[in-house]
Ligand binder design. Structure first.
Ligand SMILES: [Zn+2]
Ligand SMILES: [Zn+2]
Length: 169
């Protein structure tokens, strides 16, 4: 998702609105993968603040993910606000802020890495299709969201119940 900032660089204070949508590479989350099912859209603006280009706006995406509990695939809407500061590589400050990003002398700012990072930060540690997802039966693998299976109750749970009863007596 590239923005040509050449014209913007001419004058401090200039501003450019951005509304773009592009296919986005999938994000590898190690445990699973987010595959975008439609182009990611970015709506915002880029501003020349002097020696920096500041990009602000909102990124919208829709990705297919795998539920960590029941392993079914579902679509996850993603929406994140973006606030990124870019400097040109040949104008690098002596001590750049670690949040700042660099762009090349071709004056092309690629905002895709910032959007990818913003989407990753939105995600919980465990991605679930629904907070109430019941997951899979540990014995037969049946998806318990579709109803109960016919497995006998978990043996360890039964022992725990009996222990409680004995304790009461
Ligand atoms: Zn699930
Ligand atoms: Zn079962």
């Amino acid at each position: 998702m590239q923005i040509d900032v050449e014209g913007l660089r001419e004058e401090k204070g200039s501003n450019m609105s951005i509304d773009m949508a592009e296919d986005f590479p999938s994000i590898d989350l190690i445990r699973s993968e987010l595959v975008f099912v439609e182009p990611v859209r970015f709506v915002g603006q880029a501003t020349n603040t002097g020696r920096r280009i500041v990009v602000t706006g909102i990124a919208y995406g829709r990705a297919r993910a795998t539920c960590d509990r029941c392993l079914s695939e579902f679509e996850l809407p993603l929406e994140s606000s973006i606030l990124e500061t870019y400097y040109r590589s040949d104008e690098a400050p002596d001590s750049p802020d670690e949040d700042e990003r660099e762009y090349g002398e071709d004056n092309i700012v690629d905002i895709a890495p910032a959007i990818e990072q913003a989407f990753i930060l939105l995600l919980p540690i465990r991605i679930v299709c629904d907070e109430e997802c019941k997951g899979l039966c540990p014995q037969c693998g049946h998806n318990l969201n579709w109803g109960d299976c016919s497995c006998p109750p978990d043996e360890s749970w039964g022992l725990f119940q009996r222990a409680k009863i004995i304790h009461k007596e």
